[in-house]
Structures are given as structure tokens and as C-alpha cells.
Design a protein around this ligand. Sequence first.
Ligand code: GLC
Length: 702
Amino acid sequence: MTLREKVGQMTQVSLESLASSRERQGSQFRFDRQALQRAVGEYAVGSVLNVADQALSASRWREVIGEIQETASQGTRLGIPVLFGIDSVHGANYTREATLFPHNLGLAACWNPDLVRRCSSIAARQTLASGIPWSFAPVLDVGRQPLWSRMVETYGEDVLLATRLGVAAVAGLQSGGRLAGCAKHFVGYSMPATGKDRTPAYIPKHVLREYFLPPFQAAIGAGVATIMVNSGEISGTPAHACKWLLNDLLRHEMGFKGVVVTDWMDVMRLHTIHRVAPTLKEAVRLAVEAGIDISMTPHRLDFCDLLIELVEEEAISQERIDQSVRRILMLKHGLGLFDNSVAGSLQDLHQEGDRKTALEAARESAVLLRNWGVLPLDAETRVLLTGPGADSLPALFGPWSYTWQGREETAFPAGLKTLRQAMAESIEERLIYRPGCGFRGAPQIEQALQGLEQADVAVCCLAERSAVEKPGDIEDLSFPRPQLQLAEALLNSGKPVILLVTAGRPRLFTEVAERAQAVLWAGYPGSAGAQALVEILLGQVSPSGRLPFTYPRSSGSLFTYDHKNSEKEDIHLGMKAFNPLFQFGQGLTYTDFEYSNLSLDRDKMKSGEEVRVSVDVKNVGGRAGTEVVQLYVSDLYASLTPPCMRLRDFRKLPLDAGEQETLTFRLTHDDLAFVHRDGNRRAEAGDFEVRIGPLSERFRLI
Ligand code: GLC
């Protein structure tokens, strides 16, 4: 291969840059032939990504990718197939006919790794049926900054939950061997100090290892084929320029052997944004030296020219280029692209059960946070349905839904139901709908109150306007004032109010949440979301979701459940600092569960031993339900301030009314360990407390 052919393989451009601008809009797509020939022919670019504007049909995708492969085959000396990548982050969300699942934050509320695997497997199949062999998923960032616009894409704030669900997602995506997953965004991207996307994170290395690396390490162990780099910086060093991160840690310590792809324009942003490179050429040198293999340089080709210059000047070695090209060609070969450059087959697009899995996920993703007896609604209750989420598809799907921001109703395929449409199918004669308020503008409160006069209860759908990445940056974690005014007015009527919340992060609504008779939260539940939420409201399905994050009471208390003791209370005034509106792991069902007989098989544990924990769980209510049994461990004293507790295991437990089961867990030495300042994980002798439900027991590690 010539140097230009090698460097071309390390270059990825966007489909948008190859589109004729006239038809870039809408669900049609036309190439700018000249742009296509220049990028894929002349520059022999090795990868193309993304949608030009909005989702295409699977058959149109196959045509588009076929044209790209034809250009590569006929227009280059070697005819190496192009690797096409796309963000199928909650289903094949850029394929019009695909099934969309809850976003990861909603899937995390299911606490169900097998369900995540099955959803990911369908997403992979439908992405492949579209001819696309690379999905930029799963997001393995741990969502510990509730202001961040991409919390919606994370599996929540806990490391164990994110790790187990991330591994399940990789298994589901890659099980067929013909689609490459992409663990992203390595690493520490989810912790911007200000909450604004792509702004500095200040994370000490031992904290990075404790809270942010484990999901990536587990994904590498599960064989994830590619990794995408964090666009931000950690303590002053942009991830894309950090050789310690991308080479020493990722390759040598964590053992990753696959392909590392940059995020959007992030090589050039080392110069234009982060300003650690005085020139674009220096930016290219820094990133390639740090260890990137493919540069996502969506709209420009000068990455190629600059890298060629650097190699010719011997500022970058040929060996370094060959290292990346080898990984890229191995990936393409492993995906079978040299045999079949348009991946998969159209007839695999739909399978019996896809819709059923989406409904199962949507049902399990809903979290009932309060119910003062008003739910489930009975067969006579007349319902006022109102609020911006009541008759909105974006409110159920969130970002990355047919378009990047997921806001354009016109981009959604026909046949998808809003909450209003789904509810009307069930209780039309008892349903009164009033918009109440939109995502912008003043609320129409009088109109909503008139509707309430004809109703017994109000279901007020608070919704976060779909947004992600920089467009999703916010100035205030609270729900917009008009939505809160609408809810207040409904509450002031004295009639029962049910708040139904769809959002991608915990937007504050304390003043109304504390007065509502019920609060139901759903993290953008996807294609079957409307049906699932109506079934729960009407009692046809019992909710089983549990919050995968802490729901703050106020903007000054953005703590996680595994906060430190000093955050638990103000030792000077005895005030309760950690006092969330709703707790991590919280969620109700339409029955009740009782815990008893928590027991440990020893009160002392030696290194290398295990503690066997058992507990009885009983469904003491009148109907079947599913409990999520969560085991937490507290290290009572340690050489680094210990978190109040850490989740160390969990299990979903469906029980019929009156049924009881004994669960057994095993605590290992590693479950008691934490990362020390020297970067090593180890446990310290001392007292530990095990907590399950309201019960707790102690033991000593000696
Ligand atoms: C975006 C996102 C990344 C995505 C990529 C391609 O900027 O940060 O998650 O995979 O670009 O769309």
C-alpha cells in the first residue's frame, strides 16, 4: 500500500459531506458525485459515517452504501471496502422501519442485562439489514453529572449497573460477528465540572479507575471491537492528545487490541478548541502519536495531507501508520467486508418478536416513584391528559430518533403513537385532552382547567425537549417554568394529579412532585412507549422500573447515592445535605414486598474467602410484581474517605401474590476493594455493613 492509501484508511468522512446539498434534507439522499469520487476515489478514504439529515429506509441505505462501495472498488487501486458507521444507540434509529427501544437511561431502569442484550441484538440485526456493519454503541460513560445533556445515553450513575448492562449490550451487538460495536467515549467524558458538554472534567486517576474505567475494561473483556475517544479533557489534557490514556492505559494496561476512532472533528479541535496544538498539523501529530487509528474528520480531507507530510518529515513513523492500518484492515476482514461489502441482508430487517421486545423494555423502563392510591386508574375514572409530553413523539423517543436531535415530528415514520393516541384507543369516552403547554411559550392554564372540570384526575405529562450534545446544554436543571405552572394550577384544583415525566436527565420539579398523588418517570421509552405507559396507568401492567440515578431535590444538591459521609449531613448544623427527591434504586410496583432473615454465613472474612449472604423476599400484596433486590456494602472506615455505600449485586425477582423466595449472594474480596491513590485495587481490613432493603448486617474483614 502507498502512504496515501494507508492514510486514507485512517480517515472517516460523513455522508453529509458526500451529499448533494439540494437533496440533503428529508429522507431522500442524493450523492454529490464529485465529492464522492474525491473522498472515496482520489483520497481512498476508508470509512464513512452518519446520516446526511434524517433516517433512510433500509433499502435506500443499502443502495447508498452500495454506491460508496462501488466507488471504492472501481475508483481506487486496491478496491478496499469502506467501513460505514452509524449511531444505532437505542435501536437502529436512523433506519425508518426499525424498532426503537428506550434510551440507555430508560433501559438502565429495567435492571435487566438480558433484556439489554436482546434489545442490542435487534438493533444490530436491523443496522446490518441496512447494510451497515459498525454501530457507535454502547455508551459506557457513567452518568454522574445530572446536568450533562448525554445522561440520557448512559446506564446511570452506578458503575456496577453500567458495567453489567454495557457488557450485555456488547454481547447483543456483536453476537452475530458481522457488526462491530464501539464502546464510547473513552473516558471521563460524562463528568464535565460545569455540566456543559465537552467542557473540562477534573478527575484524579484513582477516581477515574474507580468510577469510569470499569465499564470499558469489562467491554474490552467482552471483545468490543472498537472504542471511541472522549471529546473532552481530563484535568487539562484532551483525551485525543493523551498518550497515557490511549496507549499506556488502553492498550498496554487494559489490553485493547481493536480500532480507536476519534469523535467528531476532535483531531482538529486540539487546535481550534482545546488549543494544545498551535497548528492543525501539530494537532494531527499529537492525536496519531497518542494512539488514534481513525480520524472522524467529517467535512475535510486535510487530515490525510497533513499526516502524509508528517510521515515524510519523519515526525510520525511508518510503523505507527502501519499499526493503525493493520488494525483497520483486520476489523474489515473480520466483519466480512472483503466478501460482502454491503453488510447483512434486507430480509433480516424484521423478525417476529421485535415489537414484543420493545414493549417489554418500555414496560420495564417506567419507574413509579410515588403512588398515593390513585394508580392504577379504574374503569370509570375520567382523565384529563395534558402537558407537552401528552401528544408528542419526540417526548417518547428523545434524541437520536430519525434525526440527531430527535425533535422533528415530520421525520418520524407514520404509525407511531403518542400517549394521547394510545390512551384514546383504551379510554376514548373518558379521555379529555388539552395541550396545557408546549415546549416553548406560555402555558394555556385556563383551557386545561376547563378540561379538568370534566375529569376526575389529571395526567400531566412533563417532558424535557429532546436534545443532546451541545444543543442539549442547559442553564437550569429545573423543568421549564410554564410546565411547572401548569402542574401547580392542576394541583391547586384539589383533584388528584399524576405527573408523568419523560426526560433524559433528572429535571427538577420538586414543588409539584411533592404534592402530586403519583409520579411516573420514563427515560424516553421508544416505539412501544405510549402503549406501555397507558398499560401501567390503567393497571394492565405492574410497573417494575427502579431509578438508575439519584433524583435531586434542588440544584444545590447534585449528589450520587454513593456520596461521601461528609455529604450526608452538615456536621455543623446537623442539616441533611444528601436528601434527594427520589433515591437511586427506588421504584414502586402495584404490590408490596417484605424482606426478612438477612443472614451472613460468617462474621469474619479472611482474604480469599467469600461471605455468603441470604435474604427472604415475600410478595405481601394482592397481585404479582417484580422486585429488584439490591445488595449494598458499606466500608465503615478506610484510608480514603469511603462512599456511604456501593451497589455490589442485584437481581430481578418476579413473585406472585403471597410467594416468597430466598435469594443468595456471594461477596468476594474484590467486592470490598477500592482503588487507592497508587492506582491499585485492594481491600483493607475492617468492618463492613451489608444492606438489602431495610435490613443490614455487619462482618469484619481480617
Ligand atoms: C457525535 C457523538 C458521538 C457520535 C459521533 C458520530 O459527536 O459525540 O457519540 O458517535 O459524533 O455521530
